[in-house]
Ligand binder design. Structure first.
Ligand SMILES: *[C@@H]1O[C@H](CO)[C@@H](O)[C@H](O)[C@H]1NC(C)=O
Ligand SMILES: *[C@@H]1O[C@H](CO)[C@@H](O)[C@H](O)[C@H]1NC(C)=O
Length: 376
């Protein structure tokens, strides 16, 4: 069978630079010596204001990077044994850093959503004009609850009535060590309706807009969420996962759900390759960062698309020879048209319907052989 390759253009291979390049002219800078790590940055496309989520701090800056508000969000007394709602006095709490895990602008309601690692990963809803005025803290476990476990969050259309209604799509790595994490889905769509803020957008007894990793697999099968985006009726997550539940090899996968889907029945994954033919087929397997945008006219014509079509730019690394889920120093940038990605999903789904291969998703339920369906 011809292997339909997804990767289209490997733009550059970046060998670790010995010296960092300096920009010619720094116009403005912002720093805070009290804070070691900045986790997220978003810019309001309407006002130019800049918001930064950091460890124990949240900043609102002017478009010129002047600090308008610096809000202290931690450290606070916390424990993995505390539920999202309460923390009984018998529990041994420790002063714990609040690491910013998600920072998203909700343009529909002109709010800033900031989620931190404390209290099982809760979010606050804030005023974009003044992030410390009228802050609402919502007691719902949404993001990862430790400093390193991954979280990706973005707003896109979703139930109940897409494309009118918007929800927050969240992908979260499962963490060990707390009795409450089994209730947090790996992927979910969360309501942005103020009466059910951050609740799972649509729920039924066993279904809804959420996907859990099978309880047997999730401890051995960590999924790292690297980037998330929406395009033409679907939401996507770029992830790093083990190749099989019984493998020590890691690969990158693209996860997709349909915006119209109230039960995540459309949840599908495809592997993402970034292969450099110029280097004899060298395979960059670990996605590190990505961005969805539009192609310029040259790139669009290379990819056989128009300049209005979405394009995914993703930077990959090779696995470290010793620790397979750690990136080595070699990296490459691959560019994919969303049109090609949609085609690949469609091919896989068609293959499956014609009875070929396995459905995959070992970790959600045992992988079943594809069953031929009769088309009419
Ligand atoms: C933001 O709101 C807080 C609380 O209402 C207020 O004390 C502060 O002065 C406001 N800051 C700005 C820059 O408006
Ligand atoms: C966060 O949780 C993951 C999964 O349980 C674990 O591997 C990682 O070491 C934890 N990180 C920290 C800083 O505790």
């Amino acid at each position: 069978m011809k292997r339909a390759s997804l990767f289209v253009v490997v733009l550059a291979v970046v060998v670790a630079a010995a010296e960092a390049a300096q920009p010619k002219e720094i116009v403005k800078t912002f720093s805070d010596p009290k804070v070691q790590t900045f986790n997220h940055l978003v810019v309001d496309k309407n006002t130019g204001r800049v918001y930064i989520g950091a460890v124990n701090r949240l900043y609102q800056l002017s478009p010129d990077l002047d600090v308008v508000i610096s809000e202290v969000t931690g450290p606070k007394m916390d424990s993995d044994d505390c539920s999202v709602l309460e923390c009984n006095t018998g529990i041994n709490k420790k002063l714990t850093d609040n690491v910013n895990k998600a920072l998203v602008i909700d343009y529909t309601t002109t709010r800033l959503i900031a989620c931190g690692s404390l209290s099982q990963g809760i979010c606050t809803v804030r005023n974009l004009h003044n992030i410390s005025d009228g802050t609402r803290e919502v007691r719902e476990a949404v993001v990862a609850n430790n400093a390193t476990a991954s979280t990706v969050a973005f707003i896109a259309p979703g139930p109940p009535i897409p494309p009118v209604s918007q929800v927050m799509y969240v992908g979260v790595t499962f963490t060990l060590g707390s009795p409450y994490r089994s209730e947090v889905p790996a992927v979910s769509s969360r309501s942005l309706d103020k009466d059910k803020m951050f609740a799972i957008a649509q729920t039924a007894v066993t279904t809804g807009t959420r996907m859990f990793v099978n309880s047997l697999a999730r401890e051995r099968y960590p999924i790292m969420y690297v980037y998330g985006f929406a395009s033409e009726g679907f939401s996507y997550f770029l992830t790093i996962q083990m190749k099989h539940t019984t493998s020590s090899q890691y690969i990158s996968k693209l996860v997709r759900v349909c915006h119209d889907d109230e039960n995540y029945y459309s949840y599908t994954e495809i592997p993402m390759d970034c292969i450099s033919e110029a280097q004899g087929g060298r395979k960059y397997n670990l996605v590190q960062a990505a961005y969805v945008g539009k192609a310029g006219s040259d790139l669009a014509s290379d990819l056989g698309i128009t300049a209005q079509d979405d394009v995914l730019f993703a930077v990959f690394s090779e696995s470290d020879p010793v620790v397979a889920n750690k990136p080595s120093e070699l990296s490459a940038l691959c560019v994919y048209s969303l049109k090609a990605i949609r085609r690949k999903f469609m091919q896989n789904i068609k293959h499956c319907f014609s009875g070929k291969g396995q459905r995959g998703l070992d970790f959600i339920s045992p992988s079943l052989p594809c069953v031929p369906t009769v088309s009419t």
